[in-house]
Design a protein around this ligand. Structure first.
Ligand code: SF4
Length: 271
């Protein structure tokens, strides 16, 4: 059995309350004054590193975009944090891949996990496989296993960098600005959320990966187009939407919505 990557210690402490207003104003001004839409992904990453030294984090589940951003950050010698959430239900290939990446880039990847007591209570109440029961229970599972650890990952961060792209789903096409502000969970402190790869196509990503020998998650070779938890992410058949493999049993549950729309775990809904 593959050993789990090491969990990361607590992220940096958030700023004092008295500084939050100034912090929020600074982020608003930066967002207003910076033409993020006109910048390349590498330029956005370099800009974030310079603006928020030690306080900007690439959060990734090791899909193409995240891997390309990690490669760009490594090539440029940026000090961005690299972090992921281990829901404790990832594929064995993902655990092994994290270790491979750490070896290749010679630096650790922060791994953030759910609160064991919250997982235990959820499973006792709803069962291990609650996500089959309803959309509500699937979202509850994602909250406990993914969103809350991710909130911890963002504690103290000023800038959250994720790999969402507009061509991934109908929903993301209209909801993926390169820069926006979100609130840190449970506080009025804002975080600048960046999607540097928003306007890249899958073709561009694959060309970059091939040209630069970027490591590729092994599940892509098994037909996956989206990497997530065991059972909840599955390979996609030719012609299916890219996110059709996520929570497959909900496909067609509401025929008014395409199979790839609103297939989200909650991380990228407004908070
Ligand atoms: S993807 Fe599935 S197993 Fe993973 S957190 Fe969401 S509902 Fe739970």
């Amino acid at each position: 059995m593959t050993a789990l990557p090491q969990a990361h210690p607590a992220p940096p402490a958030p700023p004092e309350d008295s500084l939050i207003e100034d912090h929020n104003r600074r982020l608003e001004q930066l967002l207003e004054q910076t033409d993020l839409e006109g910048m390349s992904p590498a330029a956005v990453l370099g800009w974030a590193d310079a603006q928020f030294p030690g306080r900007a984090v690439i959060s990734t589940s090791f899909q193409y975009s995240g891997l390309v951003m990690i490669h760009m950050a490594a090539q440029a010698g940026l000090q961005l944090r690299w972090a992921t959430v281990d829901t404790l239900r990832l594929h064995p290939e993902t655990y092994a891949f994290i270790k491979d990446l750490e070896a290749q880039y010679q630096r650790p990847i922060e791994v953030h996990r759910p609160d064991p007591d919250q997982v235990r209570m959820m499973v006792e109440r709803h069962g291990e496989y609650l996500f089959f029961d309803s959309k509500f229970k699937q979202e509850h599972c994602c909250q406990i296993r993914k969103v809350r650890p991710h909130d911890q990952l963002l504690r103290g961060a000023h800038c959250w960098i994720a790999g969402n792209r507009r061509d991934q789903s109908g929903h993301r096409e209209g909801h993926t600005p390169k820069g926006s502000l979100v609130a840190e969970y449970g506080t009025p402190r804002k975080i600048l959320k960046l999607f540097p790869m928003a306007d890249w196509s899958e073709k561009q990503l694959l060309e970059y990966m091939e040209a630069h020998q970027v490591p590729r998650h092994p599940l892509y070779d098994q037909g996956y187009t989206s990497i997530g938890c065991l059972i909840c992410s599955t390979p996609v058949l030719p012609g299916e939407p890219k996110r059709a493999g996520r929570w497959r049993w909900f496909n067609g549950a509401n025929t008014a919505e395409p199979a790839d729309d609103k297939k989200e775990c909650g991380l990228h809904y407004s908070i």
